[in-house]
Design a protein. Structure first.
Length: 282
């Protein structure tokens, strides 16, 4: 078994178990495919994960260290000065917990009984005292990254809106505008020389967390249902399971038919047996 994939988790971590929580990534999974969400959270069989992106994780870690220097000094990062953003990194006693996977910003949603959580990359604060949700992203593309308008960027937007919702539930005043700090590795250098050079851009996004509350009730209804819901419209995982299931059933049916034919087919009579049977008839 792959070290990265453990398909069957302990029941404590499934819906109804004492350790189950509704993370930001699980909310995104529900939006993407309710059936995969149900199989994961109620039946305890998760999708196979992608391999970890260690370079992206390294960029995240270094950006956090860089902004933490300005957090400690109470100063604006040069990137914020370049883009005219009047804010500084937010200093809070729980920031390290908010950033930690499997912990994060956490709140209890009484109407559903869910504990909802999400790990942020960073939080800034403006002069009005509003918190600003910040997410770090890294990639390598030829064009300068100045907007996130592709269909697959909707997941990034929902991610930020969940973080905004969580912080508001914790009693903070949160700006509708969040930011992506996007590091884009250059490929147009003459040589690698043991280093990557990044162009870092800042992309603003005005979010709305109005969809989060209704989504929680839909998730509750899904998890309490006795049968799994339909698959997501664009879910390749469900399509694979369906196609593979049909192929395996066809193989099994063919095998069963062959075995049945073999068992019911009478063995051919030898010549002596045929003559003996003929004599008995007369």
């Amino acid at each position: 078994m792959s070290q990265y994939y453990k398909p069957n988790r302990k029941t404590d971590w499934n819906y109804g178990g004492p350790r189950w929580r509704l993370s930001r990534s699980k909310i995104s999974l529900f939006s993407e495919c309710p059936r995969c969400f149900y199989i994961d959270n109620k039946l305890g069989v998760a999708r196979p994960p992608g391999f970890p992106f260690n370079l992206n994780s390294a960029v995240d870690a270094l950006l956090k260290k860089e902004f933490d220097v300005h957090r400690a000094d109470g100063t604006r990062h040069p990137l914020l000065q370049t883009y005219g953003v009047d804010a500084i990194p937010y200093a809070h006693a729980d920031l390290n917990t908010w950033r930690e996977n499997f912990k994060g910003v956490e709140c209890r949603h009484e109407a559903t009984g869910f504990t909802v959580s999400g790990a942020v990359d960073d939080v800034w604060v403006n002069p009005a005292g509003e918190l600003i949700v910040v997410d770090y992203k890294s990639t390598s593309k030829d064009a300068k990254i100045e907007s996130l308008d592709e269909a697959w960027h909707e997941g990034y937007k929902r991610q930020m809106e969940v973080y905004q919702w969580l912080l508001r539930r914790r009693g903070f005043t949160v700006s509708d505008t969040g930011y992506w700090v996007y590091a884009n590795a250059s490929k147009d250098k003459k040589a690698f020389d043991g280093k990557l050079e990044f162009e870092v851009t800042l992309i603003a996004y005005k979010g709305s967390d109005a969809w989060v509350e209704p989504a929680l009730f839909s998730i509750k209804e899904c998890l309490d249902a006795p049968e799994p819901p339909g698959m997501g419209e664009d879910c390749d995982y469900c399509r694979y399971r369906e196609a593979a299931g049909k192929a395996l059933l066809a193989v099994r049916q063919t095998t069963n038919d062959t075995q049945l034919t073999t068992k019911t087919k009478k063995p051919a009579l030898k010549k002596d047996d045929e003559e003996g049977k003929t004599e008995k008839l007369f």
